[in-house]
Design a protein around this ligand. Structure first.
Ligand code: SAM
Length: 287
């Protein structure tokens, strides 16, 4: 077991610092202090974050850390920490690691016993969820759904039976397709789309999934909230078989697919295996 006592002694640390998601005032006094105190700020896009730092008169040097150079940056970050320098990580908006870079870095530092201190603060998830009018907890934050349709279907089929409120990020050019796919798989449920949070044109659309087409032509940044499954969905053989077939179509071997489906649906592996064998026999009979 590794125990991190974040404030017991002054150790060089990595600070995860949330930044505003629109309204520039949504940053804490503590976040500003930390950004002033650290030796370096690693930022997803230094030009973008430059405006924030300028606004708050923060002069700390910035270095880029984004999804394409994160693993390459880790060794120099470790060197700086070993030299006794604390550093901060920020993303373009909101909380680092929440659909933003930082996961590899945090995994590495925590494994090495280096303190990682996360500041609470802005994220698009919380204002969308808490003002949605849907149960705020338990909830499941998924982030962005896969862009490939087969992968998207696979994820949604898995989430279909979850009773937790579901929270997704989505891009405006994909939102209609995503809503249509969710409606096809989940059926009619309550949904909320929170757009341009904290900005001038912040809008909440509270609707039934069957009316998804009315949300045509929406622009801006958006969080999609979907009501959890109203009842425990009983998994029928057909659903299991379809799920296994989807995974095989995605390149999994038959036994891998069976194992995965059984695990993700929390059903005995043998039940999934038998259902699939029965299905294969009926298919052979048809040939
Ligand atoms: N790390 C950020 C956070 O804590 O919310 C999210 C970064 S993620 C790359 C960007 C996505 O977050 C956007 O595509 C959108 O789905 C959501 N988002 C960010 N800012 C938003 C805002 N002001 N209003 C609505 N959604 C927002």
């Amino acid at each position: 077991m590794k125990i991190q006592n974040s404030f017991s002694e002054q150790q060089p640390s990595l600070y995860l610092v949330p930044t505003p998601i629109g309204n520039i005032q949504d940053i804490t006094y503590r976040a500003i202090d930390i950004l002033n105190e650290v030796a370096v700020i690693y930022a997803e896009d230094t030009r973008h974050s430059g405006a924030l730092l300028k606004h708050y008169n923060i002069k700390t040097p910035m270095i880029s850390l984004h999804q394409h150079n994160e693993s390459a940056r880790i060794s120099t970050i470790l060197e700086k920490l070993h030299e006794g320098k604390s550093i901060a990580l920020i993303s373009d908006a909101g909380t680092p690691l929440m659909s933003d870079p930082g996961e590899q870095l945090v995994a590495k530092l925590t494994a090495e016993g280096i303190p990682v201190i996360a500041l609470p603060g802005a994220t698009a998830i919380m204002p969308a969820l808490t003002a949605s009018g849907l149960p705020a907890h338990p909830y499941l934050f998924y982030g962005f759904l896969p862009t490939k349709q087969t992968q998207k279907l696979k994820v949604l089929k898995k989430l279909q039976s979850y009773s937790e409120t579901l929270v997704f990020y989505e891009a405006p050019h994909r939102i209609l397709d995503t809503l249509e796919t969710i409606y096809k798989i989940f059926g009619n449920r309550k949904a909320v789309l929170a757009r341009e949070l904290t900005k001038r044109f912040e809008t909440f659309y509270r609707f039934s999934l069957e009316d998804y087409a009315l949300l045509d032509h929406l622009k801006g940044e958006m969080v999609l909230i979907i009501e959890g499954s109203p009842e425990e969905i009983v998994v029928t053989d057909g659903d299991v078989v379809e799920h296994i077939e989807l995974m095989i179509a995605d390149g999994y071997r038959e036994m891998e697919a069976i194992k995965h489906v059984a695990k993700s649906r929390k059903i005995p592996k043998n039940d999934a295996y038998m259902a699939f064998q029965k299905y294969k026999k009926t298919q052979e009979g048809k040939e």
